[in-house]
Design a protein. Structure first.
Lengths: 115, 110
C-alpha cells in the first residue's frame, strides 16, 4: 500500500514569510497528525484530526499556525508569518483509528529552514 | 509537552551487544509504542504494548511495561550496525492522542 506522502521535502524561507506543507495520508486512515520535530528533540504534536474534525490542537500556536483537512483526506499546515524558531522538520502521520490508538505511519517530513 | 522521557539520551555499544533503553511517563495510557528514526527520515513503528500486557517480543526486540511504575524498556538483542538510529517511546492516551518522548540516540559500532 502507498505510504504517507508529504511535500515539499525541503523548504527555505525568510522570517515573516509564509509557508504551507501538504500531507496525503494512507487511504482509509481516519486519524491524521501533524508533529513538529526540532533538531535533537522528540516530535511534538501540533494538531490531530479525526476525519475532518480537530481532536487536539492544544499545542498549535494559533496566532501563526493553521491547519485544515478538507473532506477528511488531504491536509495542509500553514505558517504565517514564520519565525526563526519555526525551523524544524514537520512530520505528518496517519493511523486507522481505533479507540485505544494504534500505530502511526509517518511520512518523510518537510525540513523547514527559516533564515 | 513531552509525555515520555527516555534514558539514556545517548548510548554507544559494540556490534553484537545488547542495547537497553528505558522510558518513563506521567499519565495513564492505553498503550505504549516504540519507534525508530534514522537520521533525516520519518519515524518507523517498531512495537506496541497495551496497558494490560507486561511483555512483548518481536524478532530481536523485547519490550516490557510496568504500569505501576509508569515505565517501559526496550531491549535490542545482538545489535547490528544497522540498528544505529534514534529510538522514541510514545504513549497513546484517550482519543488516540500519541505523545512522544525525547528519544535515545543509539550508536552501534561495527
Amino acid at each position: 500500500e502507498a505510504g504517507v506522502a508529504q511535500s515539499p521535502r525541503y523548504k527555505i524561507i525568510e522570517k515573516r514569510q509564509s509557508v504551507a506543507f501538504w500531507c496525503n495520508p494512507i487511504s482509509g486512515h481516519a486519524t491524521l497528525y501533524w508533529y513538529q520535530q526540532i533538531l535533537g528533540q522528540g516530535p511534538k504534536l501540533l494538531i490531530q484530526f479525526q476525519n475532518n474534525g480537530v481532536v487536539d490542537d492544544s499545542q498549535l500556536p494559533k496566532d501563526r499556525f493553521s491547519a485544515e483537512r478538507l473532506k477528511g483526506v488531504d491536509s495542509t499546515l500553514k505558517i504565517q508569518p514564520a519565525k526563526l524558531e519555526d525551523s524544524a522538520v514537520y512530520l505528518c502521520a496517519s493511523s486507522d483509528g481505533g479507540v485505544a490508538g494504534e500505530k502511526l505511519f509517518f511520512g518523510s517530513g518537510t525540513q523547514l529552514s527559516v533564515l | 509537552s513531552q509525555q515520555g522521557e527516555e534514558d539514556p539520551q545517548a548510548l554507544s555499544i559494540q556490534e553484537g551487544e545488547n542495547a537497553t533503553m528505558n522510558c518513563s511517563y506521567k499519565t495513564s495510557i492505553n498503550n505504549l509504542q516504540w519507534y525508530r528514526q534514522n537520521s533525516g527520515r520519518g519515524l518507523v513503528h517498531l512495537i506496541l504494548i497495551r496497558s494490560n500486557e507486561r511483555e512483548k517480543h518481536s524478532g530481536r526486540l523485547r519490550v516490557t511495561l510496568d504500569t505501576s511504575k509508569k515505565s517501559s524498556s526496550l531491549l535490542i538483542t545482538a545489535s547490528r550496525a544497522a540498528d544505529t538510529a534514534s529510538y522514541f517511546c510514545a504513549t497513546a492516551g484517550g482519543y488516540q492522542k500519541v505523545t512522544f518522548g525525547i528519544g535515545t540516540k543509539l550508536q552501534v559500532i561495527p
